[in-house]
Design a protein around this ligand. Structure first.
Ligand code: GDP
Length: 439
């Protein structure tokens, strides 16, 4: 894990920042008798960044005459060990002569440094921050270690210095990798027919009396020059067709296909839509965290197409709140219509599923969302949401930091998820939120 050193003259708030980063897991390393508490170390976490943090603050209690020399030695040692340095100044009082020798040590080390203007909360908080530019250590990040403000900006500043934690990132980068698409749905929804039509050949047998279809579970296809791997369950099911086990089998098969997929097309029979089994298939896709598109098949059999589409879109919103805004596309596998809009929706859903929202934007939004609708106090406990970051994509996963979050009502989490969807245009994709306390 990377090491971060907190450096600066006495009284700028290094210990407070250290405590804020380390939280309750505070570890005093050099607490043996006879050893001064010159150096504290702890395991810190900020967003999804995990690091070792070294504080040089213990010396603030030392006597004046010995202070500077010892602090200097400590600071040098900490800088030596660090991958990144947080250089802390006091945003209220500005830069004092005492800041300069420490800044000089940092500069000479040539290591990456983040300049922190601490105590920046409230009015007048930034009075001395402009001074800080004169140190030549770059733009200061305003922060209030005591109040926990500005931690998202600190996260943003630290992140580039850390190795990329998300192993999914690489997968996204390769444009030649086929998009993995599963087509799932109740028996007779028309999955095989649709796949046949997509492939433009009778590679699967369809119809009620179809026996064996094929062995492989995936089929390679191209849509407008883009490679697509189709996963389907119909073949497997039909081979093992046993009427009384039908329901069970199709769900197990669906799960299998869903796990392979990035985007899942849930195919409904538009003449008998939103049956119980359809809803549990959508549930399953959501739980597996896949991007989702709803296909309304057999549209050729529908008389009042406009009326039904409106009706089914409303039903989708009501019956499938967990994937609010998921695209609903009418089509006919048999007639071969609607496949283009379907695939457009599939690629769009894939983009949405991959969305990454910068921390700064997210927190701008969060402040507004909380202002508009503050979290309630629950049995006298004041819930405080401090900031959030996106820890993963595919599907988008957010971590919310604050105090007493275990008391946060489910309805409030839902409010946040729904507003994130709206604000950042994330229709239909599953969204994950984890609550983290202590920072
Ligand atoms: P699967 O079990 O989901 O693979 O469903 P099949 O593809 O085997 O289709 C079941 C039945 O529905 C067959 O009789 C198909 O001909 C019929 N079917 C499939 N798609 C359509 C469609 O778009 N329109 C109409 N009218 N019938 C369809």
């Amino acid at each position: 894990t990377p090491t971060v050193a907190i450096v600066g003259r006495p009284n700028v708030g290094k210990s407070t920042l250290f405590n804020r980063l380390v939280g309750k897991k505070l570890a005093l390393v050099d607490d043996r008798p006879g050893v001064t508490r010159d150096r504290r170390e702890g395991e810190a976490r900020l967003g999804d960044l995990e690091f070792r943090v070294i504080d040089t603050a213990g010396l603030e209690e030392a006597t004046e005459d010995s202070l500077l020399g010892r602090m200097r030695a400590q600071t040098e040692a900490a800088i030596e060990d660090a991958d990144v340095i947080l250089f802390v100044v006091d945003a209220r009082v500005g830069i004092l002569p005492a800041d300069r020798p420490f800044a000089e040590l940092v500069r000479r080390s040539g290591k990456p440094v983040i300049l922190i203007a601490n105590k920046a909360e409230g009015a007048g908080g930034m009075a001395g921050a402009y001074d800080a530019f004169s140190l030549g250590l770059g733009e200061p990040v305003p922060l209030s270690a005591e109040h926990g403000e500005g931690m998202a900006d600190l996260f943003e500043a630290l992140m580039p210095h850390f190795p990329e934690p998300d192993e999914m990132e690489e997968e996204e980068a390769d444009p030649n990798k086929p998009l993995q698409v599963a087509i799932v749905g109740r028996p007779n929804a028309g999955k095989s027919t649709l796949i046949n039509r997509m492939l433009g050949e009778d590679r699967l047998l369809t119809g009620p009396e179809a026996g064996i279809t094929r062995d492989s579970i995936s089929l390679d296809w191209q849509w407008r020059g883009r490679p697509v791997k189709l996963f389907d369950t119909a073949g497997l099911r039909k081979r093992a067709r046993v009427e009384d086990k039908l329901e069970k089998l199709s769900v197990a098969d669906a799960l299998r296909a869903v796990r392979f997929a990035e985007v899942v097309i849930v195919l409904l029979d538009a003449t008998i839509p939103f049956e119980k089994q359809d809803l549990s298939i959508v549930d399953l896709v959501e739980q597996e965290g896949r991007a989702i598109v709803i296909g309304l098949n057999k549209w050729d059999l529908v008389a009042d197409q406009q009326g039904l589409l409106k009706d089914l879109k409303e039903k989708a919103v009501r019956l499938l709140p967990q994937v609010r805004g998921a695209p609903v596309v009418p089509l006919s596998g048999l007639a071969g219509s609607g496949i283009d809009p379907l695939m457009k929706a599939v690629f769009q859903a894939y983009e949405t599923w991959n969305t990454r929202i910068p921390t700064a934007k997210l927190n701008q939004w969060l402040t507004e969302a909380i202002d508009a609708n503050p979290p309630p106090a629950v049995s006298g406990r004041r819930i405080k949401i401090r900031y959030m970051t996106q820890v993963k994509s595919r599907p988008p996963h957010f971590a919310i930091f604050g105090n007493q979050l275990d008391a946060l009502p489910k309805s409030y989490s839902r409010y946040l998820v729904n507003s994130i969807r709206e604000a950042f245009d994330l229709p239909g994709t599953p969204i994950r939120v984890s609550l983290r306390m202590g920072q």
